[in-house]
Design a protein around this ligand. Sequence first.
Ligand SMILES: *Cc1c(COP(=O)(O)O)cnc(C)c1O
Length: 423
Amino acid sequence: MDIPTHSTTGSTVLCRGDFQALDASDPLSRYRDQFDLPTGVIYLDGNSLGPLPHRARERVEDVVSRQWGKGLIRSWNDERWIHLPLSTGGKIAGLIGAKPAEVVVADSTSVNLFKLLSVALRLNPDRRVIVTESGNFPSDLYIIDGLTGLLEHDYEVRRAAPGRVEDAIDESVAVVSVTHVNYRNGWMHDMQALTAKAHEAGAIMLWDLAHSAGSMPLALNEFGVDLAVGCGYKFLNGGPGAPSFLFIAEHWHDRAQQPLTGWLGHANPFQFDEQYVPANGIARNLCGTPPVLSMASLDAALDVFETVDMHQVRSKSVALGQLFLQLIEQELAGFGFEIACPRDPERRGSQVCIAHEQGHAIMQALIDQGFIGDFREPNILRFGLTPLYQRYEDIWDTAAALGEIMRTAQWREQRFQTREYVT
Ligand SMILES: *Cc1c(COP(=O)(O)O)cnc(C)c1O
């Protein structure tokens, strides 16, 4: 893709027409129609809650009124509700470079992380160190501490400095548990290199893909990743609170035993045996009854990806990001913004972050004008890049709106100063 480059010598200044031209030749533009996007809104928060795909709405309506309303309990079999964790997992496998039988959908990311950390520690029973990264998503850090607090041995939780995880890996490490793309600043690990490093030391590699699944091609099998979890409601557009997914490489399936041994992970749940016998394969990672409404919504949302080339998604995401950063420098110079995400697209996930000491109020003013991004403490304005429904023009318009808010100091208005519970 040809992106005009803005150099300090002033050779190219971006204008709106450049963005419109990119939209006109965008191979992904046809996917925008598959989403129910409110008019007057430019959505830049699909990394936090994906928007509603039409087919998710249609599916949920059908599941509620026909499958549940008319089919009642028969639908567990007739509509294959009971198989959704595996069939929906199979759809996600295609997006992350895994085999269908290696992925299952269940519970939340936090709960799945608990399960897979437990699996990892059992696979490496003589080691007592868990490596993670400071700046990792807090829930991931809390879950690691919650789990080690339960265990009879003393575990060391080694929180490496951001970007320095490799230095913390040695032969005492049982598992390396980090998030591929950092939620706050978009920093992206080299999945292949870090996985190889963990393996060299004999550690299990556990990735959290919350901010990467659905935003770029992933190659878990190719890189030999052992374990992974990911989120259903961010780039996968499964809807608020949609369940999460977990991945276990096939060669670990026989030895992977997670501790939340609920009945649906049993080899034969409807025998109602009093003794737990784990199911074969990935199914043993289920615990309780699947949330069918949410799972149906996620399942339908994944069908949007069926014909999508994830390499195209990634290259558009990179282009949107580079252009956005260029515009921030071109249009917002002198307003006190600092680029807070990596400029190098190789190191950046699918988001652009800028820091400003009035970041919260500025984001509220931007949202008030229909440009929805979000804010992360202490000072980060975060913009999710979602190539399936974003237009290049949206990036131009967002930067222009931001410039206007700064020029007029609208963010100073009293109504933009209060903080809601969810930011
Ligand atoms: C969004 C996110 C989660 C969310 O966890 P839930 O249990 O689904 O609320 C976990 N980890 C990371 C890295 C995330 O970005």
